[in-house]
Design a protein around this ligand. Sequence first.
Ligand code: NAP
Length: 527
Amino acid sequence: MITGENHIGNQRSSKGNKTYKTINPKLNIENEQVFIEATSEEINQAVDLASEAFKSFSKKSGTEKATFLRAIADEIVALGDDLIAMYQSETGLPEGRAKGERGRTIGQLITFATMLEEGSWVDATIDTADLERTPIPKQDIRKMMVPLGPVVVFGASNFPFAYSTAGGDTASALAAGCPVICKSHPMHAGTGEMVAGAIIKASQQTNMPNGVFSNINSSGIEVGVELVTHPGVKAVGFTGSIKGGRALYDIAAQREEPIPVFAEMGSVNPVILLPNAAKNRGEALAKTYAGSITLGTGQFCTNPGLILGIKSDSLTQFINTLSSEIVKIEPSCMLHPHIIGNYEKNKQTVIQQDGLKIKADYQNEVATNHARQTIVTVEGATFLNNTTLHQEVFGPFSMVVTCKDEQELERIISQLEGQLTGTILGESEELQNYSDIIDALQNRVGRIIFNGVPTGVEVCPAMLHGGPYPSSTDSRFTAVGIHAVKRWVRPFSFQSWPNEMLPNELKDENPLGITRFVNGKNSKEKV
Ligand code: NAP
């Protein structure tokens, strides 16, 4: 029997007796490896080690942490094709996707390493003393970002690399100086364990403290709840369903010491098709959107699940082309029988609502766990009055809402729940005429796209991946890009503190040569 163990700091550990296996959704069989769920004792050990590790890890220099992150990237690459094979066996996703996502994950680690080496991310702010000031002398005050403490990261089912064990939450928390305890996603526990091994190896090579990283296996909600309620845990990162994210947010808020939960959750990512674009480019846009809706079997948080337009012949033509194009696409495999089970259930719930019309529903036989893509339409008034239709159907599904006029379209957008993205498909000259629509959309989303598709999240500093609730639990932050580090730090001030005792970032001589905000001006100079 091949056993999947927990990584409690540098030790492998399997004290529990609750076991589970992952599933190969393409073959619809269980994979061989047996995973052992962590016990309370192991959870406590991981958190205690993380708390101890925090004392020294939080003081590591940017260069030391960068070396650690680069070593993680190298160790993941060193796992080679075995890691790709494991990923595919637990997700049913194709090799190209696995390799692309691994590349993105490595790129994220390197981006955070580069940020640390440059160093200005800590927002060092210095206000020097003016002891001659009357009537009250001004003290020397210096502020910078400091890490929060141990962070629990919940791996996401739909991104086993990029939003899981060594994904964006882990990379950004480690960059901040926070030890990480990963609650591995049970659907890809083997991938998680291999990546965890790479992180531990990298931490040992670069002399990081034991406990800077742990990987906890579990196949039920109890372990996650225990981690979030543990007094040693100081913040949580989560990607998944609104139900799961909200439950953890509420648990964290009810603790004696409430802690932040940064959850990235459901979104239908509304797309507004403006009349001239529908008229001039409807067919091409329909073909593009058939591809975007089915990309990754619709298992992206930025999947376009809602398309809104004003009734016209061009909109009808767009719907017809979208419907005929989408059924030409070969159905693909979903991540897990549970995920396709949810897809079918949620799709049926929507389809059974009054006023819904099915425009495309793939009818041919499909292999096990392969999802049938579906397009439905509904009138604007019906959509407005039925919030069941506003919910995400996670999978290759999209709803086109036909509005009677611009006012109805604006009303619908204003009443939508918070979203990760919103897209405007329009001709440049018609944008001015729809500024109210654009303003309403901007108020509901974290990112607005012009003439593109929402799927595909560029990892760069200007990217905002988050949005008003429930797309995320805190719209002030991003889960992607270097600014994701801001979720794991707090501003901290030193008053009248001796120069030699200050962190290097705040010392008079600016030994790191970083950009600082000194007496109201950005500067790299000595004070
Ligand atoms: P999930 O059900 O939200 O679970 C994500 C993680 O959170 C899992 O590790 C799960 O633990 C844990 N969890 C869930 N509820 C919890 C609770 N009440 N207390 C403590 N821990 C909890 O998401 P999923 O497993 O990835 O997929 C389920 C559905 O979520 C999908 O069908 C889809 O609808 C949605 N989803 C949406 C997105 C998106 O980006 N919008 C992404 C992924 C999934 P256990 O698995 O161990 O129970």
